[in-house]
Every structure is written in C-alpha cells, then in structure tokens.
Design a protein around this ligand. Structure first.
Ligand code: C2G
Length: 127
C-alpha cells in the first residue's frame, strides 16, 4: 500500500488542481490531501472564497482523493508523513526545493504546474 500526500488551499477547484491530484494519485494507491484551514490560509496571506468545510466537501468528491486532513501550520508535515505512513510527498513545482527537508522521511516529488489556470486568474477574470 503506497500512500501519497499533498497539501494546498484548493479554492475554486479548477482543472489545474485536478490535474495535480490525478498525477499525485497515480504515484501510489492512496492519496491524502492536507487542506489548508481558513486560519492557516490567513498565515499564508491567502483568503479562500470557499470555507474549509466547503473546500473539503468538494475535494472529497474528487475520485483521486481518498482522505482530506486539515493543514493548520507549516510544521506538521513530518508528523503527518510519520502518522499516516506516507511514502511519497507531492507538490506543484512552484514549491520546488521548499520541502526537501522531508527527504529523510519519504520520497519528495515536485510536479510541473498546469499553465493557463489559477484561482487568482479566475478571480481577476470575473472582476
Ligand atoms: N497547482 C498546479 N497548477 C495550477 C495551480 C495549482 O499544479 N495551475 C498545484 C499547486 O502547485 C499545489 C496545488 O495545486 O501543489 C494546490 O495549489 P494551491 O491551493 O494554490 O496551494 P498553495 O496555496 O500553494 O498551498 O503547505 C503547502 C501549502 O499549503 C500549498
């Protein structure tokens, strides 16, 4: 049983997010998503349109996602990798190198971001 984990806000879920989740899920048998809470988003200087509960509800409907857990701070990842027996940590490559401290605990994979879409762009375009 190969377990994969990834983290993010996943607000206004779009095809770039789904493409990340699809590729992450393909690396193992189970995908866990650490979903940023509204409070953690404030620490990330991000404000999501949807609440944590609604973003979680949407993510849980995605066929590639097996479990959603809260992401409440920057330094929970090592604990999560150990507690959930994670084999592979995945993030989009806009984070390349930022999570290499996890390498002693699991495989670290940065996947190419999907160009042409972002939550910020959606918000801009709708203005
Ligand atoms: N992503 C992508 N392509 C896009 C947009 C996003 O591949 N066009 C990926 C990001 O690289 C990230 C994931 O989708 O791996 C979630 O993106 P965000 O919700 O923007 O996540 P972020 O705010 O970067 O939070 O501890 C890690 C942080 O919680 C990551």
């Amino acid at each position: 049983m190969k377990r994969v984990i990834t983290y993010g806000t996943f607000d206004l879920l779009h095809w770039g997010h789904v493409h990340l989740l699809e590729r992450a899920a393909a690396l193992g048998d189970e995908l866990i998503v650490g979903l940023s809470t509204d409070e953690f988003n404030a620490i990330k200087h991000k404000e999501a349109y949807h609440s944590y509960e609604h973003r979680k509800y949407i993510l849980e409907a995605i066929r590639y996602v097996d479990k959603v857990i809260p992401e409440t701070d920057w330094d929970q990842k090592i604990k999560d990798v150990q507690n959930y027996d994670i084999d592979i940590f995945v993030m989009g490559d806009d984070w390349k190198g930022q999570f290499d401290f996890l390498k002693p605990y699991c495989e670290v994979v940065y996947l190419p971001r999907t160009n042409g879409i972002s939550t910020t762009q959606i918000k801009e375009d709708l203005k």
